[in-house]
Design a protein around this ligand. Structure first.
Ligand code: RBF
Length: 357
């Protein structure tokens, strides 16, 4: 994986050697003629800017593997295309300069990224580097033609998670208690969390029993597993019996605490049943790998509809609840699974429309 430092160095080298390179390019172009140009088609370069670190963050792991799959497939079919994955790191104030360095490099025709804060960072960069295109997942942006976004319906994703969490919490399962309390451990507060995920998680729980409340705690970053564990243990002591972690690498702390102290976990973003078999009672997922694959492929073959925001959800299969995994059946009794499936089927079929926000 490339580091930003390398990109900066590469950018510097480019300016230093730009004039000489341009001369060589002009010379070779005039000498080589048209047949040589045809024999060596220009390579397309794509950059994936990961706003954070890949390891431990399901959304970013899915993003990278989806884009790589599309690029590998195109390369196998003879297209001259490559991808560089650049981790922006956990200092969010550095992301703007990281993306600017990629755009300034001039090498990348497309910069791909993911999270709701990215379009706002890319908009001024797009204005400065007018040839650059941006494809951003898990985000929403209107009005900048170079920026194409795909947003997941996280109201549906969090609602079905809250419903399952409350079904388990109010059951006679081993670690369920009498308190009508479930929990959410978030890495940080941001609009999609505060305005969509948290309220929809609570609403889903209230659909089981209106007495439910959500104990909401914030780690303060996307990597501190020890803090994640500490928060989860305090929540368990306060009567929480199901916790949904949305905290990247800090999720592992919540899982470790569940194994030590005995409570249930509602996993978000990808299939997490294998994280702690018997304790993970929900996997509410976004098909980020598939979407990243499909849209990178569409960009490569020229069929991507650009500059427009698009929202995808349960009806079209890009948000879902994983019900086919045998580990779910092993963790959750049949009666509760039947109730959960009844809800999920209603949303999948469109007979229950929760809206987007
Ligand atoms: N999700 C992660 O899994 N890992 C991250 O490092 C991460 N960083 C984020 C930074 C910002 C500023 C924002 C707004 C969101 C971030 N997310 C991250 C959350 C992600 O976009 C998504 O909301 C959650 O994964 C829930 O689907």
């Amino acid at each position: 994986m490339k580091t930003l430092k390398k990109i900066h160095i590469a950018a510097l080298r480019l300016t230093a050697g730009a004039f000489a390179l341009a001369c060589i390019a002009v010379l070779s172009a005039s000498c080589a003629g048209k047949s040589a140009e045809k024999a060596k088609p220009e390579e397309t370069h794509i950059a994936v800017f990961v706003p954070g670190i890949v390891s431990g963050s399901p959304v970013y792991e899915m993003l990278v593997s989806g884009v790589r799959k599309a690029v590998d497939e195109a390369a196998a079919q003879g297209k001259s295309v490559s991808v560089d994955v650049v981790e922006g790191g956990t200092k969010q104030a550095d992301w703007g300069s990281g993306i600017t360095a990629l755009a300034a490099d001039g090498k990348y025709a497309l910069i791909i990224s993911s999270n709701p804060a990215i379009p706002q960072i890319c908009a001024p960069i797009a204005k400065k580097f007018t040839q650059e295109e941006f494809l951003v997942f898990d985000a929403y942006s209107e009005g900048t033609p170079q920026i194409t976004t795909f947003q997941y319906n996280q109201r549906e994703q969090a609602y079905v998670s809250g419903y399952m969490a409350a079904l388990v919490s109010s059951s006679s399962m081993k670690f369920a208690n009498m308190d009508k309390k479930i929990g959410l451990v978030a890495a940080q507060e941001y609009p999609a969390m505060n305005d969509v995920i948290l309220p929809s998680f609570l609403e889903g729980a209230k659909a089981v029993d209106p007495a439910y409340t959500v104990d909401f705690r914030v780690v303060g970053n996307w990597y501190d597993a020890a803090k994640g564990a500490e928060l989860a243990k305090a929540m368990k002591s306060a009567g929480v019996d199901v916790i949904m972690p949305i905290a990247g690498g800090a999720n592992q702390g919540v899982v470790a605490a569940a194994k030590e102290d005995g409570f249930y976990v509602a996993w978000f973003d990808n299939n997490g049943y294998a994280q702690a078999p018997g304790l993970v009672i929900a996997s509410s997922v976004m098909a980020q790998e598939r979407l990243a694959y499909e849209k990178t492929k569409a960009w490569l073959d020229g069929s991507l509809e650009k500059g427009k925001p698009m929202t995808v959800g349960m009806k079209d299969g890009y948000v879902d609840f994983v019900s086919e995994d045998p580990l779910w059946a092993q963790a959750v009794p049949e009666e509760l699974r039947a109730k959960q499936l009844a809800l999920v089927d209603k949303i999948r079929s469109g007979s229950l429309d929760l809206g987007v926000k």
